[in-house]
Design a protein around this ligand. Structure first.
Ligand SMILES: Cc1cc2nc3c(=O)[nH]c(=O)nc-3n(C[C@H](O)[C@H](O)[C@H](O)COP(=O)(O)OP(=O)(O)OC[C@H]3O[C@@H](n4cnc5c(N)ncnc54)[C@H](O)[C@@H]3O)c2cc1C
Ligand code: FES
Length: 281
């Protein structure tokens, strides 16, 4: 069992949990993820390692409540225990030779982008961070990102905080102003990652995206996380989750992500009618 050491609500939909998991913390690197089960009957869900503390033996996850399991997790408190917490899985991010980087987070993707920005900043790379949210209530990790970047840009779709518009608008402007990025890292909804890739492609700027297809085993055996990258079939759990964004088939990714929507809705409905009774995540 894996004890929750700390819980923090980052906004109305997003929660941070710090988990006591010394063996995972010992090996964890930015870019990797865990697969957890909230309880013994629960489904396995993948979540990115948002941070880790090897001395304390803890791993931090940040998740958005989108369905049955993430809602159930959102109800856990410090002191509660998770049944399984398996990882680190996937490949760590590699940034050798990078001198100037833009790290872009869209919504919840900011939590997944945070460890990447932290790693680059720690390597002495000149880091611009651009994070975007639908409105100011949804902003997360602004202070944390400020500490691991040289310039932080915040956008909101409705202009309620920071610059009105999209993260890709800021990136486009920075590039047009002459900024020379060795790499752009874009993490967020598939449409956002695709638009960022469309901005960087004409300039030949290497663009890394982190793909989150449906994952089941996380070890390359089930094929659930199949994505097409440069006309090749890849499994995001073992070949990724980071990929060259210019080669990703985003349309296929979006199609496959919605494959289980009916079933997920059924699970959520069942979860909601059982609130107060046995939870089924
Ligand atoms: C490598 C990886 C890292 C991720 N990191 C994070 C993270 O740090 N924070 C976060 O909030 N979310 C993250 N996700 C997405 C997270 O796994 C899903 O939000 C979660 O599984 C939803 O489960 P649910 O039961 O609450 O919702 P459901 O109602 O079951 O699903 C809601 C939506 O979540 C996605 N989803 C559902 N099951 C899975 C699955 N087994 N694998 C992947 N996606 C699924 C689908 O898009 C689905 O439409 C990550 C996914 C992957 C693959
Ligand atoms: S999750 Fe099964 S192959 Fe990747």
């Amino acid at each position: 069992m894996f004890k929750i050491l700390r819980k923090e609500k980052l906004n109305s939909q997003v929660t941070l949990l710090e988990i006591d998991a010394p063996f995972v913390a010992r090996k964890a690197e930015p870019g990797q993820f865990v697969i957890l089960r909230a309880h013994e009957e629960g489904e396995r869900i993948p979540l990115t390692i948002a941070d880790y503390d090897r001395n304390r033996g803890s791993v931090t996850i940040i998740f958005q409540e989108v369905g049955a399991t993430t809602r159930l997790l959102g109800n856990f408190e410090a002191g509660d225990k998770l049944a399984d917490f398996c990882g680190p899985l996937g490949n760590p991010s590699h940034f050798e030779g990078v001198r100037k980087a833009a790290v872009i987070g869209g919504g919840l993707g900011t939590a997944i982008a945070y460890p990447q920005a932290k790693k680059l900043f720690g390597m002495g790379v000149d880091v611009d961070v651009i994070i975007g949210f639908r409105n100011k209530e949804l902003i997360i990790l602004e202070e944390e990102m400020a500490k691991v970047s040289h310039h932080l840009y915040v956008t909101t779709d409705d202009g309620s905080n920071g610059t009105r518009g999209f993260v890709s608008d800021i990136l486009k402007k920075r590039i047009e102003e002459g900024e020379k990025y060795d790499v752009v890292i874009a993490i967020g909804p598939p449409i956002m990652m695709k638009v960022v890739c469309d901005v960087t492609r004409p300039h030949g700027i290497k663009t890394i995206v982190s793909l989150n297809p449906i994952m089941i085993d996380g070890t390359g055996m089930c094929g659930g996380c199949r994505v097409t990258v440069g006309d090749q079939t890849k499994f995001a759990c073992v070949d990724g989750p980071d990929f060259d964004g210019h080669l990703v088939d985003f349309e296929e990714l979006v199609r496959r992500l919605s494959m289980y929507r009916e079933h997920e809705k059924e699970c959520l409905d069942r979860h909601e009618c059982r609130l107060g009774g046995v939870l089924d995540g």
